[in-house]
Design a binder for this molecule. Structure first.
Ligand SMILES: Nc1ncnc2c1ncn2[C@@H]1O[C@H](COP(=O)(O)OP(=O)(O)OP(=O)(O)O)[C@@H](O)[C@H]1O
Ligand SMILES: [Mg+2]
Length: 266
């Protein structure tokens, strides 16, 4: 589905990825009963062009960490930098894709994808990139369709194209495939790998799906219960494309489940 025929030269793609450093980050929220500590001394690096996945119990603080990295709010303590510069606000070089594609129902697929360039007043000069992004996610023929005419997987592809059109240096993915049926999900995982390889962005993915994390990422970070601390880090030392039946993936899956406190008896 993903078009790799128009692949960029690898050197150009490799230059694209942001280097992210999360240094000793802790975070608290004010809640009616006082304060709620959500992150506790998190240290995390994403190398340029690296794909890192985050796993952890529900409510431990994963989405909060993504919001801090995206610059949507400041960390209570610690520092987060992109290529050495502190992250203080949202920036088009870092794009977040959520579980819900949140498309504008009154805009066509193409106009949804073109939102970023349009907001920046660069629609004309970015027209080719909009076409390119639609082609990349296999939706050229649906450019004039409206969101209600799409399947869930197609809508999520529009959300990905809308992110790619901005040429992000970091793609922040918060359970982006979480609402898809399992077959579409497997297909979209492979497509995400192709897009990442072609585009060269760095990726930070939160997922509840251990297999998905191991299939996609070069490193998988496992968090503890809230307040989230890094409980383990697994290096996924397998080339792409990966084979789901690879015995090494099964081994790593057992390790990940163990770190999540689940007996790997299944
Ligand atoms: N703006 C906020 N104000 C107060 N508490 C918040 C706020 N945002 C998140 N929290 C709390 O912080 C904790 C962590 O939330 P977060 O969304 O980061 O978890 P998560 O790891 O992404 O969970 P899930 O896997 O279920 O998505 C939760 O207890 C949540 O209630
Ligand atoms: Mg979350």
């Amino acid at each position: 589905m993903v078009d790799t025929a128009t692949a960029r030269p690898q050197a150009e793609a490799a230059r694209r990825g942001a280097q992210i450093e999360v240094r000793n980050v802790s975070h608290w929220f004010k809640v009616p009963s006082g304060v709620l500590q959500v992150l506790d001394g998190v240290d995390l690096q994403v190398a340029p062009g690296e794909f890192v996945a985050l796993l952890g119990p529900s409510g431990c603080g994963k989405s909060t960490l993504l919001r801090l990295v995206a610059g949507l709010e400041p960390a209570t303590a610690g520092e987060i930098t992109q290529d050495g510069e502190p992250i203080t606000r949202p920036d088009p070089s870092r794009i977040v894709v959520f579980q819900d594609p949140t498309l504008y129902p009154w805009r066509t697929v193409r106009d949804n994808v073109a939102l970023g360039p349009q907001a920046q007043g660069r629609l004309k000069e970015r027209k080719a990139r909009v076409d390119d992004a639609l082609r990349l996610v296999g939706l050229t023929e649906f450019a004039q369709a409206f969101p209600h005419q799409l399947s869930g997987g197609m809508a999520q592809r529009v959300a990905l194209a809308r992110a790619l059109v901005n040429d992000p240096q970091l793609l922040v993915l918060d359970e982006p495939l979480g609402k898809l049926d399992s077959l579409t999900r497997l297909q979209m995982q492979s497509e995400l790998v192709s897009l990442w390889q072609r585009e060269g962005f760095s990726a930070l993915l939160v997922t509840h799906d251990v297999e998905e994390a191991l299939f996609l990422a070069q490193r998988v970070i496992v968090f503890s219960d809230r307040p989230a601390r890094i409980a383990a880090e697994l290096k996924v030392d397998l080339p792409y494309p990966r084979h789901r039946g690879d015995p090494r993936l099964t081994e790593l899956r057992h390790q990940a489940l163990r770190h999540l406190g689940l007996d790997a008896s299944w």
